[in-house]
Design a binder for this molecule. Structure first.
Ligand code: B12
Ligand code: SF4
Length: 479
């Protein structure tokens, strides 16, 4: 919780809320890395730059949502803006109820509300901003604070008499450089940085250099920015890095873009600037194997790159094509080799259970994994997210659990796939064993490791597969 900006009391008063409570998240210890919401920090900065009075309640380190009511009573905002993810759905609704109880106007934005606005309006929110939030929230807050009807604001959705009333479409911001720096002072940065420092020795912060993604993977949900893509200039990015370093002594940055370095000219310029400015930052990013050419990786490493997240997804070209990934296995191999050579940690995302996948495809993925033995990985069971082509192709085969996908964290099967869920769980365990064997190679005799691997493979083939596969026919492939 932070103090309000010192804008005049006549300005519309907005309270932004991040309802994510880390201690409630079963995945938090294992996978989730804590950074304040860049969406909300950017919204906050933008609202301020337009003269609005902004505060924020960030529940990340809180026990529950009570701090929202405390702040509501203290600062009496006219509008409460809540960031939504499927994971924080229940808390978001609780925040809306607390806001309404104090007479505030509740508005939801972010990926979950964007996917199902009517659900959020039914659940107590007065309005939803399903896309880019900056302009829409400024206009909405001004209207609400003047006591005018909120219906019809471009880029917003409200409910009138059981009907969804959409305002006109709002064009995306054209120039991301024009956005002010994120309003880091709205959250307790020291709490985030201190917790990173204790666990890694580094003061880590998140930075976003672009919005959207021009690629079109069949299972990917892009509720806010769709298939659009805009990026800041490398000069603007460096200004933000410098500010983080000067104000917060940040020494490690996570670039949070959907895909980092989509344009080769852009990343070449950024790397040149990083060299010239001598910022001495370590950093990590998420990138695609088709973009990470070996010569580029060499430059990235020299400029401080420590870790790369790569969506490898499958070791079967057939599956990559079905997923519309637009990547080739040869590119995966080339990139994994180059990352190893350069000494960059690699984190692989792998997916099991996508329509069309056979046991042979899973075996191919495991072979690829065994061959390159990435330092980190996550292997999830494909989650059909509403709004994706994958979802459309399986929507008549969803299971009851699909209503709460995040609770299952990519470990449960949410549609009737080719094989029973237990088979996929077993395959996940095989990746776990493989990773452990990969690490053991450095410590115990390679022959012992090979032997254990061989016994596990035989068990899989002779005992587990016949037992777990069942008799269900393979499902059809997604379009
Ligand atoms: C970077 C990122 C992360 C970073 C977070 C960095 C940070 N704190 O900002 C890390 C790696 C930590 C992370 C973690 C998780 N993430 Co994440 N993440 C992303 C990613 C790639 C970018 C988010 C981002 O910063 N976008 C840029 C900002 C500017 O956009 P924005 O946040 O959407 O905000 C804009 C609008 O949505 C809107 N808006 C947002 N909030 C509000 C509120 C109001 C009131 C209004 C009016 C408007 C508004 O205005 C903003 C500015 O225009 C997105 C994919 C994506 N492209 O959205 C996934 C995504 C948001 N993450 C997702 C998930 C599932 C998670 C995890 C749950 C995964 C996990 N391992 O458990 C955790 C949850 C952690 C948490 N604290 O909530 C999903 C959410 C899906 C859903 N329906 O809920 C997404 C959409 C990815 C996907 N396609 O599946 N994530
Ligand atoms: S998975 Fe990544 S590359 Fe594919 S469409 Fe989504 S954000 Fe883009």
């Amino acid at each position: 919780m932070t103090d309000r900006a010192t804008s005049p009391r006549t300005a519309p008063r907005v309270l932004l809320v991040d309802p994510y409570v880390a201690r409630e998240d079963p995945m938090e210890r294992k996978f989730v890395e804590l950074y304040p919401s860049l969406g909300l920090l950017t919204l906050g900065a933008y609202l301020r730059s337009h003269g609005l009075d902004v505060a924020m309640v960030d529940l990340t380190f809180a026990r529950d949502a009570r701090p929202v009511t405390t702040d509501l009573r203290r600062s009496r905002p006219e509008v409460v803006g809540v960031h939504t993810k499927t994971l924080t759905h229940d808390r978001a609704f609780e925040v809306a109820a607390r806001a309404k109880a104090e007479g505030a106007f509740a508005v939801a934005g972010g990926p979950d509300a964007a996917t199902r606005p009517m659900h959020y309006l039914d659940g107590g929110f007065d309005a939803v901003v399903p896309g880019e939030g900056e302009g829409a929230l400024v206009d909405l807050a001004r209207r609400v604070s003047r006591g005018e009807d909120a219906a019809g604001v471009p880029g917003t959705v409200v409910r009138r008499g059981g009907r969804l009333v959409r305002g006109p479409a709002r064009p995306f911001l054209r120039d991301l450089d024009a956005l002010p720096l994120p309003a880091w002072d709205l959250v307790d940065m020291e709490q985030y940085l201190g917790s990173w420092q204790r666990s890694t020795g580094e003061r880590r912060a998140a930075v976003l250099t672009s919005r959207g993604c021009p690629f079109d993977c069949s299972w990917c949900s892009k509720p806010t920015f769709g298939r659009t893509f805009r990026q800041q200039s490398p000069e603007r990015v460096v200004a933000e890095l410098r500010a983080l370093q000067e104000r917060y002594r940040v020494d490690y940055v996570r670039f949070c873009d959907d895909v980092f370095g989509v344009s080769r000219a852009w990343i070449d310029r950024l790397l040149t600037l990083l060299e010239e400015e001598g910022l001495q930052l370590k950093w990590e990013c998420l990138a695609r194997v088709d973009l990470l050419k070996p010569d580029l990786l060499k430059r990235m490493r020299a400029a401080g790159l420590e870790r790369v997240y790569v969506g490898v997804e499958s070791g079967s070209q057939k599956m990559l094509d079905l997923m519309n990934r637009g990547t080739r296995l040869a590119q995966v191999e080339r990139t994994a080799d180059a990352l190893r050579r350069e000494g960059v940690r690699q984190f692989w995302f792998l997916m099991l259970g996508y329509p069309g996948e056979t046991l042979e495809d899973i075996e191919a993925t495991l072979r690829l994994f065994r061959r390159f033995s990435p330092e980190e990985y996550s292997v999830s069971i494909a989650v059909p997210v509403p709004g994706t082509r994958f979802y459309a192709s399986v929507k008549d085969r969803l299971t009851g659990r699909s209503r709460r996908p995040r609770r299952n964290g990519g470990r449960s099967l949410l549609y009737e796939a080719a094989y029973p869920e237990v088979l996929y769980r077993w395959e996940q365990a095989r990746f776990g064993l493989e990773a452990a064997l990969g690490k053991a190679r450095a410590r115990i005799s390679p022959r012992v490791v090979e032997r254990i691997g061989h016994v596990a493979d035989r068990f899989h083939e002779k005992v587990a597969t016949p037992l777990l596969v069942g008799k269900r026919p393979p499902a059809r492939a997604a379009p």
